[in-house]
Design a protein around this ligand. Structure first.
Ligand code: PXP
Length: 248
């Protein structure tokens, strides 16, 4: 079955909004794992708007499953990632003014820097290095050429498509991208905007995905029904059985 990794950034956003010590992303991560998540994702941003270095250090110690550290190629964050050596490092683009990660990496334009960071991460003991990219053939080929052994396909356009026909078209494009990535020997991950409602179509059309990274939909549901139920509902969705209320 597809691995489910849960992103706990939004817990940090809520905590930081009140400059409080709670809710704690570390506690949230433990709850997610207890409810069946295969691992935890966080993004240490240059502006530290949600996850902090303290969170990174404790999560590295306490997460039992797979740990996915999302990062840009900013020097200080790369050093921290090398220091904690997560199971997976996912390189993402980052702009201060964005609300969330917008668009995939332009691997072709930034190949040299990405390649050098990738090799530093491997040298530091990170087993899997992934690039977050749009489902475009040139970016996928450049990802493999730069030395990544995984790729995370950006599912934002699929998630944001306004009609079912447009969504099916985006899903087909992701399926083609996943095939291209497999042919290039890349392990395929996916994420951004996946939720309880759109996941069945995604899974049906793009079956080659080893791992998904989901944050917002699970956290939004957790606020209303609790973390345990929200994670279990996503697990059920991935297993192909609809949860009771798959509205988002
Ligand atoms: N994958 C990457 C690389 C991301 O940047 C994000 C957003 O933080 C996600 C997955 C998860 O997206 P969402 O919160 O919409 O599930």
């Amino acid at each position: 079955m597809t691995n489910l990794l849960i992103n706990v950034d939004h817990i940090g956003t809520l905590r930081n909004a009140r400059e409080e010590t709670f809710p704690d992303p570390v506690h949230a991560a433990a709850r997610c794992e207890q409810a069946g998540a295969d691992g935890i994702v966080f993004h240490l941003r240059e502006d530290r708007r949600h996850i902090t270095e303290r969170d990174v250090r404790i999560l590295t110690e306490t997460v039992n499953g797979k740990l996915d550290f999302e990062l840009s190629t900013e020097e200080e964050v790369v050093s921290i990632c090398c220091d904690v050596a997560p199971d997976l490092a996912t390189l993402v683009p980052e702009r201060r003014e964005e609300v969330t990660t917008e668009g995939g990496l332009d691997v072709t334009a930034n190949r040299q820097r990405l390649e050098s960071v990738t090799h530093r991460l491997y040298d530091a003991g990170v087993d899997q290095v992934s690039f977050f990219v749009d489902p475009a053939p040139a970016q996928i080929e450049a990802t493999a050429a730069a030395g990544a052994n995984c790729i995370e396909l950006h599912t934002g356009d699929f998630a944001n498509a306004s009609t079912e026909a447009a969504q099916r078209k985006e899903a087909e494009q992701l399926a083609t991208a996943a095939r291209t990535a497999h042919e290039a020997d890349l392990r395929v991950h996916a994420g951004h905007g996946l939720n309880y409602k759109n996941f069945p179509l995604f899974q049906e059309t793009v079956p080659q995905v080893a791992e998904v990274s989901i944050g917002f939909a699970v956290m939004a549901r957790a606020i209303l029904v609790g973390m345990d139920r929200a994670v279990r509902d996503m697990r059920t969705t991935i297993a192909g059985t609809e949860p009771r209320n798959p509205r988002s």
